[in-house]
Ligand binder design. Structure first.
Ligand code: FES
Length: 105
């Protein structure tokens, strides 16, 4: 069984509620999203044609890829349109020190 390897990214004070930010974690492009104070980490590549998702539009809980307008629910990474695709999800936690840590596996 793989062990969790947390990598420090940014501080929660720099990622406000309703905001998203691209970070690189151990060579992997990651998208951090603050959804109502809950931080999520996804692969920063659209499952359609790998466009950078941080260039898209985040409206509440819906992320729209700017390339061909696919939409995703950022609370869990599921696809809205189309609904048979989803974002790649990574483990993510906010430490007591406010640092967001991500495990890209
Ligand atoms: S690359 Fe994102 S919708 Fe096509």
């Amino acid at each position: 069984m793989a062990t969790t390897q947390w990598h420090e990214t940014m501080h929660i004070d720099d990622l406000w509620d309703g905001d998203m930010a691209p970070v690189e974690v151990d060579g992997t492009k990651v998208l951090l999203v603050n959804v109502g104070g809950d931080v999520k980490a996804y692969l920063n590549r659209c499952p359609h044609q790998a466009w950078a998702l941080d260039e898209g539009d985040l409206d509440g809980e819906t992320l729209t890829c700017i390339r061909h307008m696919w939409t995703f629910d950022v609370t869990d990474g599921t696809g809205i349109n189309p609904d048979d695709e989803c974002l790649t999800t990574f483990g993510c936690e906010v430490g007591d020190d406010g640092v967001i840590r991500v495990d890209v596996g």
